[in-house]
Design a protein around this ligand. Structure first.
Ligand code: LRH
Ligand code: MN
Length: 397
């Protein structure tokens, strides 16, 4: 492939690539063993929007901020005008709406899968309120992670819980506006350690299909047992037209929520390949939501977020270099080494000079990480937020 050909492919790919960042990526987060507070951490929704605006100013590809309802809109619908004012002030739109059904005491034995009809109804009310917040904010995705499950065999009926869950997701689906999409996220374990009601992609697919046509599956890259072929799951969901989106992060062991591409960048490349192949083969643009879901416990929050966005951009650029037609011919001719060399060759290609060129051609910082360090934003917020930092509360984000 000529230099010019590489540039054209990468520029075309990057012109359509945006990724959503999570409000909780800017907050103090930790593990069950502790939380290392950072003075520059965001402790208010204003500060989360300000940080998101800085990331978007430097990268140009993060126009939306994922919100977690109880963390970012504790007053629910009543907080919508405040969010709308922040959207205007910072030029960042509210992205996916993420209900919180995993921290309140009454959800100890489950939320929408709880044996108590009263507790299930409370959970359903929160899901429907969250859908109403999405409507009011004109946000497309209602992103559901249901942490429900149990810790000991024989202590809960997995069968009856399926029925209760289907009923709750149906009611939530039917409360959606036509333009809304309900994303069903699966996770094999944590916080439950025996069974999780939405434990894998098959369960999420079945639940999404029984909920209704506006329900799709969300793939969090950290929510798979080691050895799982995640891009094969992506291929299946694309094949079924049921891929709603991604929570990108990286991990060595479990749901470690580390920065994308820090452990296995080839994994994300293989996922992007399946999406670009889908566009090539199906000719139409499938629009899975690209979102980041990470907790930056040790790295500086802004640095980690910008590093992640830049890495995602570079991996998408690499995947855009795979000549899909040529690869399909080599694959179907079972030319193993040739097809692998073509596929991996794209991954080996150093795309950073082209990505930097694309950035400057769009009036953006050539190297956003370097620009962050140069513009003193982190120093300014550290100064401004130092007083708050010591008062930081202990909730997850
Ligand atoms: C659960 C999860 C979910 C979010 C949370 C912050 O592990 O991936 O998507 O709600 O992280
Ligand atoms: Mn997630």
């Amino acid at each position: 492939m000529t230099d010019e050909h590489i540039r054209l492919r990468i520029f075309a790919a990057l012109d359509s690539f945006t990724i959503e960042i999570p409000s909780w990526g800017f907050s103090n987060t930790g593990t069950r063993f502790g939380k290392f507070l950072q003075e520059a951490a965001a402790t208010s929704i204003e500060e989360k929007f300000a940080d998101a605006a800085e990331v978007n100013r430097l990268t140009g590809i993060t126009p939306t901020l994922a919100l977690h309802v109880l963390w970012d809109l504790p007053e629910g619908l009543a907080d919508v005008p405040k969010i709308q004012a922040l959207e205007k002030r910072f030029g960042i739109r509210a992205g996916s709406i993420n209900p919180n059904l995993f921290q309140e005491a009454e959800y100890k034995y489950g939320s929408i899968c709880n044996p108590s009809a009263e507790i299930r109804q409370k959970a359903i009310d929160h899901l429907i309120d969250s859908a109403e917040i999405g409507k009011a904010l004109n946000s497309r995705d209602l992103s559901l992670w249901i942490s429900d499950g149990s810790n000991y065999p024989g202590t809960q009926s997995m069968r009856r819980r399926i029925g209760w869950m289907q009923e709750a997701l149906k009611q939530t689906h039917d409360a959606l506006a036509e333009s809304q999409v309900m994303l069903v996220e699966y996770k094999p374990f944590e916080p439950a350690f025996y069974h999780t009601d939405i434990g894998d992609w098959g369960m999420a697919l079945e639940l999404a299909r029984s909920a209704g046509p506006q329900a799709k599956v969300l793939v969090d890259t950290g929510h798979h047992f080691l050895g799982t072929n995640i891009e094969q799951i992506v291929a299946w969901l694309l094949h079924r037209g049921m891929l709603g989106g991604f929570h990108f992060n990286d991990r060595k062991y479990a749901d470690d929520d580390l920065t994308l591409g820090s452990i296995d960048p080839y994994q994300i490349f293989r996922i992007f390949h399946e999406i670009l192949y889908d566009q090539h083969a199906a000719g139409m643009r499938s629009t899975p939501a690209f979102m980041i879901d990470q907790s930056h416990n040790l790295k500086g929050k802004l640095e980690a977020m910008i590093q992640t966005v830049a890495t995602a951009q570079e991996l998408y650029a690499k995947a855009s270099l795979v000549d899909q037609q040529q690869l399909s011919e080599l694959q179907d001719a079972c030319k193993l080494v040739e097809s692998e060399e073509l596929f991996r060759g794209a991954f080996w290609q150093d795309v950073r000079p082209y990505v930097a060129e694309w950035r400057t051609s769009r009036g953006l910082a050539k190297d956003p990480l370097h620009a962050l360090r140069a513009d003193g934003y982190v120093e300014r917020i550290t100064e401004a937020r130092r007083a708050n930092a010591s008062r930081a509360v202990s909730s997850y984000a």
